[in-house]
Write a protein that binds this ligand. Structure first.
Ligand SMILES: Cc1cc2nc3c(=O)[nH]c(=O)nc-3n(C[C@H](O)[C@H](O)[C@H](O)COP(=O)(O)OP(=O)(O)OC[C@H]3O[C@@H](n4cnc5c(N)ncnc54)[C@H](O)[C@@H]3O)c2cc1C
Length: 582
């Protein structure tokens, strides 16, 4: 072992990024490996609720206490990732009065500030609440941006010397004499910044200790070393509405059930969710009825949702864990607490520890727990500082300034940018030359996009999670190509095309479950725009062989084969050449 122990952390979700930051700050040499982008797993597919603990104040008080503690910490250290919306637990006439009282007492018992409001008071706060809401309990829930927070953790870890490898899948654990001594990874090819790995190459990364923070995938990592990690993946759907119908988190005050929460998030509101155990964290059905249920049931709390437009839906898989002797049959009964599995004690396999369960809200506490454990294991005497040291961007979150004069940005655009960038706003926005808006829905400017490209290379999905570009109302319809254009100075054409395709695919996959009414019209509009102005349906440049540019000059009538020719490259023209235009 080198004098500074080398720890390999598996999984670039909130837990893995948090562990990497904590260990790096305590002086360890740390490598993080993630098979996709940062937040590729559950962390990129959650509700965005910074729990006050109110949700668990009756059913799971230990998790509720952890949530309120971490809720306070994250408001402090990650202020540019948190919106302090507050939350309401609202009671409809048919909801149980006794449960309302239990919720109130539970909050009190767990130290969660709670205040009872009448129906009228709640409606004064949130005018779209249903007329027949009886009353509500106010709690300090919030909204949190998981992408920004994980990127900030990874950036801080790198500042403290960590190596962060995305698009690097762990394909095997290296086990020698009952001791995990490292991992084998495969570095994917494709767009993005590849600082350390060789594209398409395999690498053995040897380590003094491995931390398995792969969430719902933790069992698969366990299998590689022959140990059982009984994660119980449970899926949930979330549907994003095109406007923010509420400014406060709205929870339904009833014991448990599907579709009982609305989280305001940036310009949108996110409806959720369900809780259904699945076998495989990557392969489970995503169905339209689940989306319908979100809208139908939550309209009982907010009738305006009924006529509103959705912009996309997505599913996530909770990495739930319960000790083997508990055996809950209903996933909603499984604790949201987290567990540290010391495989040395538990399975006689040294060199690896797994961290499973928990919540996004408690990621930092989980990271502290496992980092303490690693410190004990190596006799390192270094205190945890992650509850006190702000994340990059939150160091100086002073009053928002008017960026109109300073950087030539209209103030709403400046305000959105500075909310995202926090204390990095000056550094990023103070650019030479013009700074036009690239993504109108989310008010993301050229400077922010270029900053993200510097951080994540040509991977436009990574640029998206850093900036929110393409995540607004048009879902990339009017800006995906502009984003691709932002790459052109630094990358060659095939790389730009591949990144653009990946981005469009990623945007499309969340929209296809709700293709009716206005949603369908928008999808068709986007399709027509992309096909007719950008050749995205049958791009001659994608066809094998060279493009017959002469066919364009020959004019539509002569050039187009009206027979059964599939590829635009065969005819030289597609939508812009007039196949359907004559
Ligand atoms: C529907 C839903 C809603 C939720 N809402 C909330 C909420 O509002 N608030 C809240 O606090 N919590 C919420 N949660 C819980 C929260 O999202 C999770 O607890 C948390 O995100 C888990 O983070 P993680 O880092 O442990 O796992 P993940 O984010 O899944 O990270 C694990 C990572 O490991 C990677 N990985 C897996 N296998 C490999 C491999 N072989 N090689 C390399 N990398 C690998 C994966 O790609 C993944 O990125 C919600 C969960 C769900 C499902």
């Amino acid at each position: 072992m080198a004098s500074t122990p080398h720890i390999v952390v598996l999984g670039g979700g909130s837990t893995g990024a948090g562990v990497t930051r904590d260990l790096a700050m305590r002086g360890f040499d740390v490598t993080l490996v993630e098979q996709g982008n940062l937040t590729h797993g559950t962390t990129g597919r959650m509700h965005g609720l910074l729990h006050s603990g109110g949700r668990y104040a009756v059913s799971d008080q230990s998790s509720a206490r952890e949530c309120i503690e971490e809720n306070r910490v994250l408001r402090d250290i990650a202020s540019h990732c948190v919106e302090e919306t507050g939350g309401l637990f609202v009671k409809r006439p048919e909801d149980d009065e006794a449960y309302f009282q239990e919720k109130l007492e539970g909050c009190e018992a767990c130290g969660i500030p709670a205040e009872v409001l009448s129906g009228a008071e709640a409606r004064a706060m949130e005018p779209h609440l249903a007329e027949d809401i009886d009353k509500a309990i106010w709690v300090p829930d919030g909204a949190v941006d998981p992408f920004r927070l994980v990127v900030a953790n990874a950036a801080s870890a790198v500042e403290h010397g960590a190596r962060v490898e995305t698009h690097s899948e762990v394909t095997d654990l290296l086990v020698e004499d009952g001791d995990v001594v490292g991992v084998e990874v495969e570095h994917a090819s494709g767009p993005g910044l590849r600082v350390h790995g060789t594209e398409g190459g395999r690498e053995e990364i040897r380590a003094d200790h491995v931390v398995n923070a792969t969430g719902a995938w933790a069992g698969q990592i366990g299998d590689m070393a022959g140990v059982d990690i009984e994660v119980r993946p449970s899926k949930g759907v979330m549907t994003i509405m095109n406007v923010r119908q509420v400014d406060t988190v709205i929870n339904r005050c009833r014991p448990k059930g599907d579709a009982d929460i609305v989280v305001p998030h940036e310009t949108t509101a996110i409806l959720g969710t369900t809780d259904e155990e699945v076998d495989d964290p990557e392969d489970y059905p995503e169905e339209r009825w689940e989306v319908d249920m979100m809208i139908d049931t939550l309209s009982e709390l907010i009738p305006a949702l009924e006529g509103a437009r959705t912009i996309r839906s997505f599913w996530g898989v909770r990495p739930l864990y319960e000790p083997p002797d508990v055996g809950s049959t209903d996933p909603t009964d499984i604790t949201r607490d987290f567990f540290l599995l010391d495989h040395d004690d538990r399975d006689d396999l040294s060199g690896m520890t797994s961290i499973v369960g928990g919540k996004f809200t408690t990621y930092r506490m989980m990271a502290e727990g496992i980092s303490d454990h690693v410190c004990d294991r190596f006799g390192v005497d270094a205190a945890c500082r992650t509850a006190d040291v702000p994340l990059p961007g939150s160091e100086d979150f002073s009053v928002l300034r008017d960026y109109m004069d300073e950087f030539g940005l209209q103030s709403p655009i400046g305000r959105r940018s500075v909310e995202r960038l926090g204390s990095r706003a000056d550094e990023v926005l103070d650019t030479d030359g013009p700074n036009p808006v690239v993504c109108n829905c989310e008010a993301v400017t050229h400077a922010e996009v270029q900053d993200a490209i510097e951080g994540s290379g040509s991977d436009l999905n990574a640029v998206r999670i850093r900036t929110r570009a393409t995540m607004g109302n048009c879902q990339g319809g009017f800006c995906a190509h502009r984003l691709a254009g932002e790459l052109q100075d630094s990358y060659d054409e095939p790389t730009v095309r591949e990144a653009w395709d990946e981005l469009l695919q990623e945007r499309w996959k969340g929209q296809r479950h709700a293709l009716w009414g206005q949603q369908l019209s928008q999808a068709m509009l986007n399709y027509a725009l992309h096909a007719t102005t950008q050749n995205r349906d049958r791009d001659p440049a994608d066809a094998p062989g060279s493009v017959d540019f002469a066919a364009f000059d020959a004019g539509p009538a002569d050039a187009v084969d009206h027979g059964d020719t599939d590829r635009a490259g065969d005819t030289g023209v597609a939508t812009d050449g007039g196949r359907d235009g004559d």
